[in-house]
Design a binder for this molecule. Structure first.
Ligand code: ATP
Length: 134
C-alpha cells in the first residue's frame, strides 16, 4: 500500500516523522482522513488526536491546535504542542484537569473561565490519547 511522509512539528521541535498509509485528524470544520496523493489543503485543527495508520497499527498524537498542511507527497502538522501517546504524563494531565475544573467552579472573570475551559480541553484530550498507549 502507498504511504505519505508525515511530520508533526511544534515550536520546541519535531515530534514525529514517518510514513503512513492514512492520517486522520480533527479540523475546525470536521473530521479529515488523508490518503497518499490527496489534493493540497490547509486546515486549522482542533485540540484533538491525530491518528496515523500503518500496517494495521495506529499511532496516536495529542495536538493542541495548529494547522494541517497536505501536499500530494507530504503531510505536515504544525501544532502549538504535540505529544505521542506514550510520552504523555497521565498524572500531570489529571492534575491539569482537576485544576481547570476547580477554576471553572470558582466565580471568576470571563477570560479566566475561557482559559480554564481551554486547559480542561487540553487535559481531557491528553488523557484520551494516553489511553491508546501500549
Ligand atoms: P500543564 O498545566 O500541565 O502545564 P498545559 O495544558 O497548560 O498543562 P501546555 O501549555 O499545553 O500545558 O504545554 C506546555 C508543554 O508541556 C508542551 O511542551 C507540552 O507538550 C507539554 N505537556 C503538557 N502537558 C503534558 C503532559 N500531560 N504530558 C507530557 N507533556 C505535556
Amino acid at each position: 500500500m502507498s504511504t505519505v511522509t508525515t511530520s508533526i512539528v511544534t515550536p520546541d521541535g519535531p515530534v514525529l516523522e514517518a510514513d503512513y498509509e492514512m492520517v486522520s485528524c480533527t479540523a475546525e470544520n470536521g473530521e479529515l482522513g488523508i490518503l497518499p496523493g490527496h489534493i493540497p489543503l490547509v486546515a486549522p485543527l482542533k485540540v484533538s488526536s491525530v491518528r496515523l495508520q500503518i500496517k494495521g497499527r495506529t499511532d496516536y498524537v495529542a495536538v493542541s491546535g495548529g494547522f494541517l498542511e497536505v501536499r500530494p507527497d507530504r503531510i505536515t502538522i504544525l501544532a502549538q504542542t504535540a505529544e505521542s501517546a506514550a510520552d504523555i504524563d497521565v498524572d500531570r494531565a489529571e492534575q491539569a484537569k482537576k485544576r481547570a475544573e476547580k477554576r471553572l467552579q470558582d466565580k471568576q472573570a470571563n477570560l479566566d473561565q475561557i482559559r480554564a475551559e481551554q486547559a480542561l480541553n487540553r487535559a481531557i484530550n491528553r488523557l484520551e490519547v494516553a489511553s491508546h498507549s501500549r
